[in-house]
Ligand binder design. Structure first.
Ligand code: SAH
Length: 468
């Protein structure tokens, strides 16, 4: 067996990145874009001692789990990994991934995991669900200015006019930005040379309000002929906020620290409807949120509602509790919790997000929540050690790297009767619930929620209870 050989494979499993897995002569092959159940001819691209990588050359017999992808770029684009897989199968794959991580990395017994896991919450329609898109801007080989997405595992841009995960409005907005750049001779940023101005276009769309935010990320402090851009963008129905974010660093991080509003408001507003919350019952209104360019906001509004209901259900509040919401962003979960708790404290590292969170509390007339700017692993110990703060329930919703051990240790010291862990990375989730498990917290319930159809990512909520 050699590199470039063509082999015939039956795809029998799915890898953690959604790739197909097949075996031949004791070797395991990982094949991107192959779907479990496929029989394929594949070209070997890399060989190691007992495994290798291969590329699909021809599908001999398509799997019953194959479906016709809506985007013709799905194989090249790094955004979707499993669009060719039937959506029900995608959900099963995600649930299994979480289950396996809890077993392998969390040290739980398979039967135990089965007993605590509730069925995954899927989407009704897994297309056009994203309220946010970040398009890198660059040039193609002919020197034309393009916007699109990075090809998987690279930094070369594939021009994408209409991503099927994003809203249809993105297309017109990108067209306006590109035509401004062409007309006014504005150069896109070039990562290799560090020259050029426009790096990314960040677009947000409020699903309930139809408000649009555009933020251009630039390698500079000024946008030449800014009025031309504004004129083109403000003509688009729903345009509410146009801003410029300054990022002059040679980095993969998209946003820099400073944002300037160049037209309209510094934020857009959106609503999340949670039907079982008291605010909705009282006023018939959902909770409204101001969202700034730099703040985190869940990208899938339909599923966010389900995710937050789940977090609220697992928190099991009666109205008497003191609750901490760590990694709170703009206070989305905090405000839902606050309607059923005595007092909520939110902690978040991004100052602009906390500004939004405070404004959001005022906007919704809630006076039983307060927010702290800082790292959860610094604010919580400080509040606990200096001010002896107390918690009945702690909710955490950390980024992919999970919680810092100082944060987990403080949670254990504070001894809340319940911890609700919301996670976008089941590997770090498994590590952290194992850590809490060794310190007196037992997993009661686990449920996945699909926020990111066609990608391999999955959101999970875990309810932990303090033993005795
Ligand atoms: N719960 C919010 C946000 C979750 S995303 C929501 O559902 O909308 C994770 C958040 O954690 C981001 O807002 C990020 O800025 C913040 N964050 C990252 N590291 C942090 C840390 N060490 N301490 C506190 N917040 C942090």
């Amino acid at each position: 067996m050699n590199k470039n050989d063509i082999i015939t494979l039956k795809i029998e499993d799915i890898g953690i990145d959604g790739e197909g897995i097949g075996k031949l002569d004791g070797m395991t092959f990982f094949v991107k874009d192959a779907v479990i159940g496929d029989e394929i001819e594949a070209r070997i691209t890399k060989l190691k001692k007992n495994y290798g990588y291969a590329r699909v050359e021809q599908i001999v017999k398509p799997s019953g789990f194959r479906t016709e992808p809506k985007c013709e770029l799905h194989r090249r684009c790094g955004g979707c990994q499993i669009q060719a897989m039937d959506y029900a199968k995608q959900l099963e794959f995600k649930e299994n991934k979480v289950k396996n991580n809890l077993i392998r990395l969390g040290g739980f017994h398979a039967d135990f995991v089965d007993s605590v896991m509730e069925p995954i919450v899927g989407m009704e329609n897994p297309y056009r669900y994203r309220n946010k898109a970040q398009f890198p801007i660059g040039k193609d080989k002919e020197g034309n200015i393009i916007a699109g997405f990075y090809a998987s595992h690279t930094h070369s841009i594939i021009p994408v006019k209409d991503c099927m995960l994003g809203v249809a409005e993105n297309r017109e907005i990108l067209e306006a930005i590109l035509s401004y750049m062409r007309e006014c001779h504005i150069e896109p940023y070039d990562e290799k040379t560090g020259r050029g101005l426009v790096r990314h276009a960040l677009i947000r769309y409020g699903f309930t309000t139809k408000e649009i935010m555009v933020c251009l990320v630039v390698n500079g402090r000024k946008l030449p002929a800014q009025n031309v851009l504004v004129e083109k963008l403000q003509a688009i129905p729903g345009m509410t906020s146009i801003s410029m974010n300054i990022n002059q660093k040679n980095t993969n991080v998209i946003l820099g620290e400073q944002t300037e509003t160049i037209w309209g408001q510094p934020y857009i507003t959106d609503y999340i409807h949670l039907r079982d919350c008291t605010n909705f019952e009282r006023t018939g209104k959902a909770i409204s949120y101001h969202i700034s360019p730099q703040s985190f906001y869940q990208v899938n509004p339909e599923q966010t509602e389900k995710l937050y209901s789940l977090a609220l259900e697992y928190a099991g509040l009666t109205g008497k509790e003191s609750v901490w919401d760590l990694y709170c962003g703009i206070g989305t979960i905090s405000l839902f919790l606050a309607q059923k708790a005595k007092q909520v404290y939110g902690v978040e590292i991004v100052p602009q997000a906390i500004e939004d969170a405070r404004a959001n509390a005022r906007l919704n007339g809630m006076d039983n929540v307060s927010f702290f700017v800082g790292k959860a692993e610094e604010v919580l110990p400080e509040q606990y050690e200096k001010h002896q703060v107390y918690a009945d329930v702690i909710v955490v919703d950390p980024p992919r790297k999970g919680c810092d051990t100082v944060c987990l240790d403080t949670i254990v010291k504070m001894g809340p009767k319940r911890v609700v862990y919301v996670s976008c990375d089941s590997a770090t989730l498994a590590r952290d619930v194992k850590y809490l498990g060794e310190r007196g917290y037992q997993v009661e319930k686990v449920r996945c929620c699909d926020m990111f159809g066609h990608s391999t990512h999955v959101e999970t909520v875990v309810k932990l209870e303090r033993k005795n």
